[in-house]
Design a protein around this ligand. Structure first.
Ligand code: PAF
Length: 283
């Protein structure tokens, strides 16, 4: 695996492969890689002749008081893992080159970023859309892949790509989970063993909701109550939101009449964890 740190070098390499008729696949990450990221690399491998994995902890998507400074980092381990998973190029730019002095341009996707995580993290999606647009301009990929755990992020990026006529295939990949169902996340590293045990409630609450819907429940409030009951707030567990919405517009729904996104964000200790499931009404 070749490491590229300079934006100009990455752009030149990308243009070069394009001229040779090669397809470029991109896995954008913030590093501290886990099996979920490796799955993304394996899944997109066949979409490109060259697989680029970017590793960049993007300051623009962290709000004041959030965890930018203490976000877990381990570049040595990341490069080894990315290499073993088939990455050809590790693109690891520097903050000073990505956001030099005088930087003032941002991408704002308006409607789909308003609900859910947009309420409690107002700067987040502007930062994500901006850095992903920059990575697309630098790497020049034909395809890029994102996990469905960050469902609203995936919807936001699809919207941006469509609205800004970026000719890039966006691939969504199902959430990769630990054996007990916890969605893989770099932020799971913040959990104490006790909190790690409690974190399993997130996925359990989604599965209980799915069971309820399979049994014929269609009322939103009944489903949300079941989720809240399983999440059982205590000193370590605090719900940010639990919500039902249309999976493409992210508009809130109160009845399960069609395929519906059940999304939640929960603080477990200092970690803010998100998860989601698609609920399909029984016939
Ligand atoms: O999902 C992430 O890790 C980040 O939000 C992304 C897409 C790499 C942008 O920084």
């Amino acid at each position: 695996m070749r490491i590229i740190e300079s934006i100009a070098e990455m752009q030149q390499a990308g243009e070069g492969w394009r001229c040779e008729g090669k397809k470029i696949a991109l896995v954008p990450t913030m590093g501290y890689l886990h099996e979920g990221h490796l799955e993304l690399m394996r899944a997109i491998r066949s979409h490109g002749d060259v697989l680029v994995t970017s590793i960049f902890v993007n300051p623009a998507q962290f709000g004041p008081g959030e965890d930018f400074e203490r976000y877990p980092r381990d570049l040595e381990r990341d490069t080894r893992m990315a290499n073993e998973a088939g990455t050809d190029i590790g693109f690891i730019p520097h903050v000073k080159e990505m956001y030099p002095e005088g930087y003032q341009t941002f991408v704002k996707v308006t409607e789909v970023t308003a609900p859910l995580c947009g309420r409690s993290r107002p700067a987040f999606f502007r930062g994500v859309a901006t850095v992903v647009a920059k990575l697309f301009n630098i790497v020049r990929p034909h395809a890029a892949i994102f996990g469905e755990k960050d469902f609203q992020q995936l919807v936001t990026i699809r919207r941006m790509v469509q609205d800004l006529n970026m000719n890039i295939e966006i691939i969504g990949h199902p959430t990769v989970r630990e054996a007990d169902g916890l969605a893989m996340s770099s932020r799971n590293a913040y959990l104490t063993p006790e909190q790690r045990r409690k974190a399993v409630r997130l996925n359990r609450s989604l599965r209980e909701a799915q069971t309820l819907v399979q049994k014929g429940e269609k009322t939103g409030e009944a489903i949300l109550n079941k989720v809240r009951e399983v999440l059982a707030e205590d000193d370590d567990v605090r719900i940010d939101y639990v919500q039902l919405c249309d999976p493409s517009t992210l508009q809130e729904v109160t009845r399960i009449a069609a395929s519906t996104l059940l999304a939640l964000a929960v603080h477990v200790g200092v970690a803010r964890l998100i998860d989601n499931a698609i609920l399909n009404p029984s016939a």
